[in-house]
Design a protein around this ligand. Structure first.
Ligand SMILES: [Fe+2]
Length: 503
């Protein structure tokens, strides 16, 4: 885990101006002990020149000085620097400068010299806090104006890739990261397929193939969770910001490997909102322009490599448990056949297939001990198992092309009577495709040998389906399932084996 950077006071330099060297010495001791950078001068001219150098964040100066008073020095400084934080030191109460002077010269505070500087340290601390806030706001104001400047460029027929790269590099200058990537859905695509575009800088300045290879399941899960919840997700390695368009839809994510202080995070979210609107404008613009070949090539590569990556992950899950190997392929196959019997659209059938193949992908983070346990699971182990539908949904949600399968994966352990998990949804609250997947999953679990149960024969499995009809399972799905799968089981399995054999 990386160490979180925080702004340290040592980064702040204080200049003091006093005609008494003794006071400067005391200030030096007190301020350095408190971690500030310090320099003391006795000459007003030196002080003005040092401030002009821009090296100092704050000036502490004596009010009553020879040959000129402190307020005159401040007047000269204010001619070229309205921002500098200035604290006045006064001899004692009666000698405080008039209020009008303090206001007119934008002096932020004053205190008496002879009280061991306790009050001064408090003033300095609160001044530093204001300075940090001011700097953060200024930094982000600059960043936002850069993004706003970037918007007109969109209308100069720039490839979307350049816009994304611009957005990334500006985001990194804002929060000081070194690597970042942006993953955006191509909303240009009017067909039912969903396409995504990727750009990375620093460690992620890679081809899509290499990027996919370095994506680990945890990062994928966090990306998916940020997309689904539309919330910023802060992880050890950095920050993930959802890109949300004007219709409140998530159109992608930005990831920056930066330690972002909390106040900067809020401003970064504003920045992400600007970025999202720049991106969706760019898409709107290119929608009426030429088709972008680069995007299509990118998409094909992306889809292929992502499927390869997730497929590899899935094999890892299956490999963990020799008894469930082949389970997800069978579930996908059964679900597809039932879907056809219901005369679902090609798109729904594809969604069912993806849902079947990946329904247990969320088990990837679950320990082998629990997955392969032959005895009954303990309460806490069961709680861990119950997390896999949501985890899986997050992993698939990382890529928009699989987004239709996300609700199925989330719901494959829901029961129609509301006693399932993770949400306890009832009846039609569970998507229809999810209800199909649930029957296919349960049936295959019953008919293949598992650690915690030897396999049921076909007749028993059929009884279990009928018994669960209306409580665990959707009645209409069970009816069709029995007709097209159970009652014709041998032929169905031969057909399935045929589809699995390499051509
Ligand atoms: Fe499952």
């Amino acid at each position: 885990m990386r160490k979180r950077k925080s702004e340290s006071v040592a980064e702040y330099n204080i200049l003091a101006l006093d005609d008494e060297v003794g006071i400067l010495d005391s200030l030096s001791v007190v301020l350095k002990r408190n971690g500030y950078g310090f320099e003391g001068v006795t000459s007003p001219n030196d002080a003005v020149e040092l401030i002009r150098s821009g090296r100092f964040d704050m000036l502490i100066l004596d009010y009553m000085m020879q040959p000129i008073n402190g307020d005159k020095v401040v007047e000269r400084i204010r001619e070229f620097d309205r921002e500098l934080y200035i604290l006045l030191l006064t001899g004692h109460k009666d000698m405080a400068p008039p209020l009008e002077t303090i206001k007119a010269l934008d002096i932020q505070g004053y205190c008496e010299k002879n009280d061991k500087f306790d009050q001064l340290i408090l003033l300095v601390e609160s001044a530093i806090k204001s300075i940090i806030q001011k700097k953060t706001i200024a930094r982000f104001r600059d960043g936002l104006s850069k993004i706003l400047d970037a918007v007109p460029k969109i209308y100069q027929l720039q490839p979307i890739g350049y816009i994304l790269e611009g957005i990334l590099s500006e985001a990194m200058t804002l929060v000081g990261g070194t690597s970042a990537f942006v993953l955006v859905d191509n909303t240009n695509d009017l067909s039912s397929d969903h396409k995504s575009i990727f750009r990375g800088v620093g460690d992620y300045n890679k081809t899509i193939e290499d990027f996919m290879a370095m994506l680990d399941p945890t990062l994928m899960e966090h990306i998916g969770s940020s997309r689904m919840t539309q919330q910023t997700v802060v992880i050890d390695s950095g920050i993930i910001l959802p890109l949300i368009n004007e219709f409140k839809q998530t159109i992608g994510v930005i990831y920056i490997d930066s330690d972002t202080p909390e106040d900067a995070q809020k401003l970064l979210e504003i920045y992400a909102a600007q970025a999202a609107s720049a991106i969706s404008n760019a898409f709107l613009h290119s929608l009426v322009n030429t088709k972008n070949d680069e995007l299509n090539k990118t998409y094909d590569a992306l889809r292929k490599t992502y499927i390869d990556t997730v497929e590899a992950l899935r094999l890892t899950v299956d490999a963990k448990d020799e008894y469930t190997r082949g389970h997800s392929d069978r579930v996908a196959y059964f679900a597809g056949k039932v879907g056809k019997a219901f005369r679902l659209s090609e798109h729904d059938l594809e969604t069912l297939r993806i849902g079947g193949i990946f329904h247990d992908i969320g088990k990837i983070g679950t320990s082998d001990e629990i997955l392969q346990k032959a005895d009954m699971l303990s309460g806490s182990e069961y709680e861990i198992i119950k997390q896999h539908p949501l985890k899986g949904a997050h992993i698939l949600a990382a890529m928009s092309m699989f987004e239709d399968a996300v609700p199925l994966i989330k719901c494959h352990h829901e029961w129609v009577d509301g006693s399932g998990y993770p949400f306890g949804l009832k009846g039609e609250e569970i998507p229809f495709l999810g209800r199909i997947l649930s029957v296919a999953d349960a049936f295959d679990a019953m008919t293949s040998t598992r650690h915690y149960r030897s396999k049921l024969n076909l007749a028993n499995a059929k009884d279990q389906l009928i018994k669960g009809s209306g409580t665990q399972f959707d009645e209409s799905v069970v009816e069709v399932f029995i007709k097209v799968i159970v009652d014709d089981f041998q032929a169905v399995m031969e057909e399935f084996d045929g589809t699995m054999r390499p051509a």
